[in-house]
Design a protein around this ligand. Structure first.
Ligand SMILES: Nc1ncnc2c1ncn2[C@@H]1O[C@H](COP(=O)(O)OP(=O)(O)OP(=O)(O)O)[C@@H](O)[C@H]1O
Ligand SMILES: [Mg+2]
Length: 641
């Protein structure tokens, strides 16, 4: 048998400088887009006011960045390509509060290790420009204006192994464009131009941060966003947040910056995601541009050579700020932001799939503005079961929902909020909706609430209302579900979930795991307003339900809560999974499709929507209402042409 010879030991030697750079290049220059990022960051550090990026053949043939910054003196040109040579820091102390994007002094050296680099530069008071070519390391005078042009040619031509990992030209171009956009979004005071294979592909003029951020999010978000500006001094967050109604299938419009540096940070992404979870459940992705400004001494950016990771000294404080700022910015009411136009809505439905309203053709004219709810119009949909016997108090009146056929006091036409006061003199009790509408037509425009007044119910699903701008369509189940959800949240947060004892406990059979949960998770269940007990090895009795959900089916509610607890784990049910849990509970209490609502009931729902932060969208990020303006209606009917 041949035993393999031990490899011959070689003496330890220091690596050659070039080899060190080639090794380092593996981390810094992953693909052409990394070159783009490094060159753009250098131009920004040089104080440029205009920066142009040129890429050819996906950046593999050529990447060039032209800036009008401070320039590099002729005698320092050679140093720029040297490893560990930088003008940006000189001490550890400076590193700890670094304000420039670069500081490691290795980007150009790494790039020069895997490509040919040509630097042409001129400082403001130099008589001419100078050029250095890494191919011959020779510096020569040349013509040129103040500023610097760095060209990177034939990337990876010497390291074919790397070149093999590159994707198609189109893919590499897309990565370069992404890298360009990420850098450009954070520097609105600088004008950025992008040329791809000689053609001007994009241009961002210098301007406000909002305009720049919007350019990054895209036209779809022109109106569909909220602005946030929170915190101050050493810890502040500004940014634009895409509305949940404009969520995306991919996380391709999420930009987070720490002190002007694009980062991929788990902590920050988690905080944003959690803040959106209140209005966007499931796997849809929100779009946003967020700038966190923090005292440089409180964050470590020297975690990875590409500097896309950071470490915060007080990560809890950062998480809190981001979470609250984003959540508060998203929690607005219809009254504060009255226009989600049907154009925006159409775009949403085209992107998200579920056909809700795809244009005028789906509209059936409403004759005479009378309620046309048809119970049973949608076969298979469960009928609304409403049991006044289960109601703890007069809350059905407070809610403004009344059992079918039951006469409700009509406060139609009263100022917002008056539906809650059922002691008010009943006015117009017998008035027809048409009359009511006429009354409203004469009302002052300023007095019309944001969502207007209900006119009719459409196929038991939508409420039609008239407001100052025109027609409002409301998804009644989604809107009510959202309101119930917000109430449940408030009740749970204040640890006072009003409970409704059931005169006759609802019993059902469950699996053994669920049965054991009834005892294990008793405390959690009680907090949620659900009291259950075992009445047999697999038989469960529900004794109380949250008062808010008393109208629903107690057994179905209990089953669904137990299923959620089983999936999320009792420990996390009320923390990480709280929103999802309450959302599914709310679904059990919300008014069902095909429930015939009276005009006052519909108006009460509208008033409540206006008063409820976050009621503009359902728990899945779909809009709960859509505005169709008179102008749009006129367009449909070709009026005024
Ligand atoms: N466009 C430019 N304008 C002016 N000076 C530049 C430019 N690009 C590079 N330099 C000079 O060259 C030096 C080396 O650049 P390089 O990118 O290699 O390192 P760095 O930016 O200092 O640090 P890092 O490796 O973190 O990017 C810089 O410190 C800067 O002085
Ligand atoms: Mg640099």
């Amino acid at each position: 048998m041949n035993t393999p010879l031990p490899p011959q030991r070689r003496p330890i030697r220091a690596l050659a400088d070039m080899l060190i750079s080639q090794i380092a290049a593996g981390e810094v220059v992953e693909r052409p887009a990394s070159v783009v990022k490094e060159l753009l960051e250098n131009a920004i550090d040089a104080g440029a006011s205009r920066i142009e990026l040129q890429i050819e053949e996906g950046g593999v043939r050529r990447v060039a960045v032209i800036d009008d910054g401070c320039g590099i003196p002729e005698d320092e040109l050679a140093l720029a390509l040297q490893r560990h040579a930088t003008s940006k820091i000189t001490s550890l102390e400076e590193l700890e509060r670094v304000g420039t994007l670069g500081f490691r002094g290795e980007a150009l050296a790494s790039i020069a290790a895997v490509a040919r680099v040509r630097i042409t530069s001129r400082t403001r008071n130099a008589p001419n420009a100078s050029v250095l070519d890494s191919a011959d390391a020779h510096v020569a005078p040349t013509a040129g204006t103040a500023g610097t042009t760095i060209e990177v040619l034939d990337l990876y031509s010497q390291t074919p192994a790397r070149r093999k990992f590159l994707k198609s030209t189109g893919t590499e171009t897309a990565h370069c464009t992404d890298a360009w956009r990420r850098v450009a979004l954070a520097h609105p005071q600088i004008a950025f131009t992008l040329r791809v294979d000689g053609r001007r592909a994009e241009h961002y003029p210098a301007g406000s941060w909002q305009a720049r951020a919007l350019a990054g999010l895209g036209d779809d978000y022109a109106k569909a966003h909220r602005e946030t500006d929170s915190g101050a001094g050493t810890l502040a967050l500004t940014g634009l947040l895409g509305l949940p109604t404009h969520s995306r299938a991919r996380a391709d419009r999420q930009f987070v910056y720490v002190n002007g540096r694009f980062v991929r940070d788990r902590l920050l992404t988690h905080a944003v995601r959690q803040a959106y979870s209140d209005v966007l459940h499931g796997d849809r992705q929100p779009a946003y541009v967020l700038f966190l400004n923090i005292d440089p001494a409180l964050v470590d950016v020297n975690v990875h050579p590409a500097k896309t990771e950071v470490r915060f000294r007080d990560s809890q404080a950062v998480h809190r700020l981001v979470f609250h700022a984003v959540r508060d910015a998203l929690r607005t009411t219809a009254a504060e932001h009255p226009t989600l136009t049907s154009d925006e809505q159409r775009r949403w439905s085209a992107a998200a799939g579920p056909a809700q309203m795809q244009g005028p053709a789906r509209f059936t004219p409403v004759q005479g503005a009378l309620p046309i709810a048809e119970p049973g119009a949608r076969p298979g949909a469960p009928a609304f079961s409403y049991s006044t016997a289960l109601r703890p108090d007069a809350s059905e009146a407070a809610l403004g929902f009344y059992a079918t056929g039951q006469d409700a006091p009509s406060n139609y036409g009263q100022p917002a909020g008056s539906m809650y006061n059922t002691d008010q003199p009943v006015e117009n009790a017998a008035a027809s909706p048409v009359q009511d509408l006429q009354n409203h037509a004469t009302a002052q425009a300023g007095a019309i609430p944001a969502l207007g007044y209900a006119i009719a119910q459409l196929h038991g699903v939508y409420i039609l209302a008239q407001n100052a701008a025109g027609l409002v369509l409301i998804d009644m189940h989604a809107a009510h579900e959202r309101i119930v959800y917000e109430r449940l949240k408030r009740a749970l947060d204040s640890r006072q979930m009003p409970r409704q004892p059931l005169l006759i406990p609802a019993t059902f059979r469950a699996e053994a795991v669920d049965a054991s949960l009834v005892e294990e998770a008793a405390e959690t269940l009680t907090a949620l307003g659900l009291e259950m007990s075992l009445i047999g090895p697999t038989a469960i009795a529900v004794r109380t339900v949250p008062a808010e959900l008393a109208s629903g089916d107690p057994a179905a509610l209990a089953r669904s809560v137990l299923a959620e607890l089983r999936e999320a784990g009792t420990a996390r049910a009320l923390t990480e999974h709280r929103d999802a849990l309450l959302a599914s509970m709310a679904c059990h209490g919300a008014v069902r499709a095909n429930r015939r609502l009276s005009i006052p009931e519909m108006n009460a729902l509208l008033r409540e929507m206006e008063a409820t932060a976050g009621a503009d969208q359902c728990n899945h990020g779909r809009p709960t209402w859509v505005q169709v303006t008179m102008q749009e209606l006129d367009r449909w009917f070709l009026r005024g042409r």
